[in-house]
Design a protein around this ligand. Structure first.
Ligand code: FAD
Length: 430
């Protein structure tokens, strides 16, 4: 039997259930990636190209190769199955409405051609939909989900296959050329992801519970882009971290990821719909939205976050909450405006985590505390007390001492080139 493993957001050889099963069962295995040139996200294309390059090396080391085609993944996978011929197309199950439409098309195309089509777990730790509250279709609130998630048995982590046997004579095709990304040190690929996981758990995990909210410290794992592309499996991250003391706070964050995946599965229109419409309505102010995108709101902690996003294609979670709350609760601009910008720039931008978190920040989702408003000044004083984070990303303010750096409107003379705040400063300290 020849099995095509259609890869998508699972660009790894370790702990890959579909690949592991194919390699243990089939005579020949075709790890196939179809490059969809319509992929959005300015920063993600380079990261993806690096991840594919790295995966190709790992597969070659095991006697196989990464087979690359361009176009529509369903059409290309089915075409390749006809050419080889292959008897099966397997993939990792995804949750977004977009991904599920593709899975349905693939299932139908396989049924017509009598190909074996199967979906495997691997994108999350607990498969979305596996845990259900009594009388409900999914968990709406995190804490009960966390309880159920912690009590359930997790799938064991799988070894990488030692041998990948390609069918003879197959043209592997050419992956996209990695462009060198100008964004920090976040290079794509499983090798980098595994190294980061190992070093970070060894050196930084012990400080995570205490330090993960400190904006300037870089205490968090920065594994999110690797999880986004599946360069490392969340199950393996949880298992590795779980071996270290003090891992619970970190594992809880991985559970948040699973939580939003099961929300996205239950609510296919998560990126669009306000589940809890706001009585006050939304402000359609494009100039303010653009100032927010550019990191020119006049509120240093907000601008630092937005500029970190531009510089790295990544933003600290605390900053994401601050800028999100500022946009939706103070500028009263719709969360979709924020989510679209994040989706465009984030290396880790994915549908469940991005839109689930935006609905959470805006208070329009399932959450039990929709009226939470973050106070940007209090947040700044607490999580960037000496102003290091602001100084790093908003250089115009670098000469201001703390705490003035968080309230430049009090500086005399005013800081040249830095705008006055978009909302009255006296409303901010509430
Ligand atoms: P760590 O603190 O090291 O956490 C480990 C992992 O846990 C992360 O890599 C991530 O996979 C997961 N995680 C942590 N917090 C969350 C969370 N709140 N929700 C879901 N998963 C979480 N995360 C994304 O991966 N993609 C997004 O598109 C995304 N958009 C967001 C939008 C907003 C408005 C907010 C407030 C948060 C968003 N997050 C998103 C969640 C979170 O900010 C990032 O996952 C985190 O900052 C990534 O950094 P890290 O890997 O160092 O995290």
């Amino acid at each position: 039997e020849t099995v095509i493993v259609l890869l998508n957001r699972d660009l790894r050889v370790h702990d890959h259930p579909a690949l592991a099963e194919a390699c243990s069962r089939a005579r020949a295995v075709v790890p196939l990636f179809v490059v969809d040139l319509a992929i959005r996200g300015r920063h993600r294309a380079g990261f993806l190209a690096e991840a594919l390059d790295d995966l190709r090396s790992s597969l070659r080391d095991r006697g196989g190769d990464l087979v690359v085609r361009y176009g529509d993944p369903v059409a290309e996978a089915v075409r390749l199955a006809g050419e080889l011929p292959a008897e099966a197309i397997w993939a990792s199950a995804d949750v977004s409405a977009f991904a599920r439409r593709r899975e349905r098309r693939l299932a139908e195309a396989c049924a017509v051609r009598r190909l074996d089509f199967r979906l495997f777990p691997g994108l999350t730790i607990v498969p979305p939909g596996e845990l259900m509250p009594i009388g409900g279709d999914h968990y709406r609130v995190f804490t009960p989900y966390w309880r159920a998630w912690s009590a359930t048995r997790h799938r064991p982590v799988l070894e990488a296959p030692s041998l990948v046997t390609l069918p003879e004579g197959i043209d592997p095709g050419t992956p996209p050329v990695p462009t060198s990304p100008p964004y920090g040190d976040l290079r794509g690929g499983e090798t980098v992801a595994r190294r980061r996981l190992e070093l970070w758990t060894k050196l930084c995990l012990a400080d995570y519970a205490e330090g993960h909210d400190a904006l300037a410290e870089d205490q968090t794992s920065m594994l999110s882009p690797y999880l986004r592309f599946g360069c490392v499996s969340p199950s393996e991250v949880a298992a590795r971290a779980g071996d270290h003391p003090g891992a619970e706070d970190f594992v809880r964050q991985l559970c948040w990821r699973d939580f939003f995946y099961q929300v996205a599965l239950a609510f296919p229109d998560l990126p669009r719909r306000d589940y809890r419409p706001r009585r006050t309505g939304w402000n359609d102010d494009e100039d303010a939205a653009e100032a927010w995108r550019q990191g020119m709101t006049g509120v240093p902690i907000v601008d630092a976050g937005m500029r970190q996003l531009q510089a790295l294609g990544w933003m600290h979670n605390r900053a994401r909450m601050i800028v999100g709350s500022f946009l939706t609760k103070r500028l009263n601009i719709h969360w979709r405006v924020g989510g679209e910008h994040f989706a465009e720039l984030l290396l880790d931008g994915d549908i469940p985590s991005n839109w689930g978190n935006w609905q959470w920040v805006a208070g329009t989702g399932n959450d039990t505390r929709p009226n939470r408003v973050l106070n940007p000044l209090r947040q700044a004083r607490r999580f960037d007390a000496d102003g290091t984070y602001v100084r790093r990303y908003v250089p115009e303010l670098a000469a201001l001492p703390a705490p003035l750096i968080h309230e430049p409107w009090r500086a005399s003379p005013p800081v040249p080139g830095y705008p006055a705040p978009l909302v009255p400063y006296w409303t901010m300290d509430r």
